[in-house]
Design a protein around this ligand. Structure first.
Ligand SMILES: Nc1nc2c(c(=O)[nH]1)N[C@H]1C(S)=C(S)[C@@H](COP(=O)(O)OP(=O)(O)OC[C@H]3O[C@@H](n4cnc5c(N)ncnc54)[C@H](O)[C@@H]3O)O[C@H]1N2
Ligand code: MOO
Length: 406
């Protein structure tokens, strides 16, 4: 149980995590398009058709031939109408125009559209104003050319990307299977919210935190009954979960206490990849493999859960799905100064705000202890403070990880 790295630098531990995840990348599946939201694309998508597929009108009005326009107003003859839907095969000759709606195919010969509001109509006589050639025309292929690669393997499927696939007529996409996740909290002191508290007990808040973070990342985690501080019960529950889930997240019981049984169980029945990372909060973090699962032992302090989930939890989830697109990390200017007197990388709860000049500022919360959940609730980002002792002045440029925007 002792031949594993310990006390890793944050980047070293992230590299191990990425390696472990890449070695256990999940299978490719082809769900219906409506099930592809938030998933990670497994292969490039090449456009089977152009977008728009045909020249069409951007406005409701009249399709015309630009060559017919002369002076401020030109009288044209109305010869038909083309609504969005089936192309009727209309063709315009000299001096002719056709009524057209937004999205309708342009009749042959037409190259310009005059909007309805600027046109006077009297029977089949239509007066149109001067216009630039091609005005209000949307050309075939101007958005996407057939054969072009429009989406890349490793990208996360946002609603706009799924919608792009739909516009190309694709009814499913190759994506990596989403990991199944079991969530455990542990500790004899924990009580379900809603139940009475006895002296020495606290309510279990990490379960909601972790379940919420996972759900916000599009996963469907399963919460297991809370683990008591009993090694045999921890062993049975974790071994059970590890044979049925891709990921097992635990929180608590991973540090140095007499009741911290998770490292011993994972070390005995699985393989520990690392234990303890030079970060704050979150130092006692542990990554292991057991049976078919990757197991991430998050420290029990609530803010440690937040920091280790956003860093290592997400890295595992993304790595298993082959996501190469990085999560959004912003840069913002520090409000006030800070002084850091320890060597670990630190994650500070903070609030983001953008000023009237468009400068993003990050305002650290003074509470730094990892049990102070209130400060996390009052914040919307973690601000990253690099390794080493630091004295940072007002205006210093900081990396920030938003976790609660919008
Ligand atoms: N001698 C040492 N003591 C501690 C060390 C150390 O290195 N040596 N590390 C400290 C650090 S840093 C952290 S973080 C914690 C992590 O300890 P564990 O992961 O073993 O977590 P627990 O002891 O079980 O719990 C820590 C703390 O969090 C509360 N907790 C746990 N689970 C929940 C939950 N589901 N909801 C709300 N609160 C929870 C628990 O009651 C404790 O107060 O260890 C330090 N000690
Ligand atoms: O690393 Mo612990 O997570 O500081 O509180």
């Amino acid at each position: 149980m002792t031949d594993f790295p310990t006390g890793l630098l944050f980047d070293e531990a992230m590299a191990v995590t990425a390696e472990v995840a890449a070695a256990h990348r999940l299978e490719i599946e082809h769900p219906a398009l409506s099930r592809c939201h938030g998933r990670v694309l497994a292969q490039d998508v090449v456009a089977p058709l152009s977008l728009p597929p045909f020249d069409n009108s951007a406005m409701d009005g009249f399709a015309l031939r630009h060559a017919d326009l002369s002076g401020e107003q030109t009288e044209l003859r109305l010869v038909g109408e083309q609504f969005a839907g089936l192309a009727l095969g209309l063709a315009l000759g000299a001096g002719e125009c056709a009524r057209i709606t937004t999205g309708a195919p342009l009749p042959a010969g037409a190259d310009t559209v005059a909007i309805k509001e600027n046109v006077r109509v009297d029977g089949d006589r239509v007066w149109v104003p001067q216009a630039k050639r091609g005005h209000h025309v949307r050309y075939a292929g101007e958005d996407v050319a057939e054969g072009e690669t429009v989406l890349r393997a490793g990208q996360a499927l946002t609603p706009a990307r799924v919608s792009l696939a739909a516009s190309l007529g694709l009814s499913s996409l190759p994506v990596r299977r989403k990991p199944t996740v079991a969530v455990f909290t542990s500790g004899d002191e924990l009580v379900e919210p809603g139940m009475p508290l006895r002296p020495g007990q606290i309510y279990d808040s990490n379960r909601e935190l972790l379940m919420g973070l996972l759900r916000a990342d599009g996963l469907e985690p399963t919460a297991w009954p809370r683990l008591p501080d009993d090694p045999r019960q921890v062993e049975i529950a974790l071994r059970d979960a590890a044979c049925a889930f891709d990921l097992v997240f635990t929180c608590g019981a991973v540090s140095a206490g007499e009741k911290d049984h998770i490292p011993a169980v994972l070390g005995q029945f699985g393989r520990i990849h690392f234990w303890k990372v030079k970060m704050r909060p979150g130092m006692p973090l542990l990554l292991a493999s057991m049976d078919q699962a990757r197991c991430l032992g998050l420290p029990g302090n609530p803010v440690s859960v937040l920091a280790t989930y956003l860093s290592f939890g997400r890295a595992l989830i993304d790595g298993l799905q082959g996501r190469v697109e990085p999560r959004p990390k912003l840069r913002a200017r520090l409000v006030g100064g800070i002084e850091k007197s320890h060597p670990r990388r630190e994650f500070v709860r903070a609030r983001l705000r953008s000023d009237e000049d468009g400068v993003l500022w990050v305002d650290p919360n003074p509470a730094t202890a990892s049990h102070r959940l209130r400060a996390a609730a009052d914040s919307d980002a973690l601000m990253v403070v690099a390794e080493g002792e630091q004295r940072l002045q007002e205006g210093a440029v900081m990396e920030v990880w938003p976790y609660a925007l919008g």
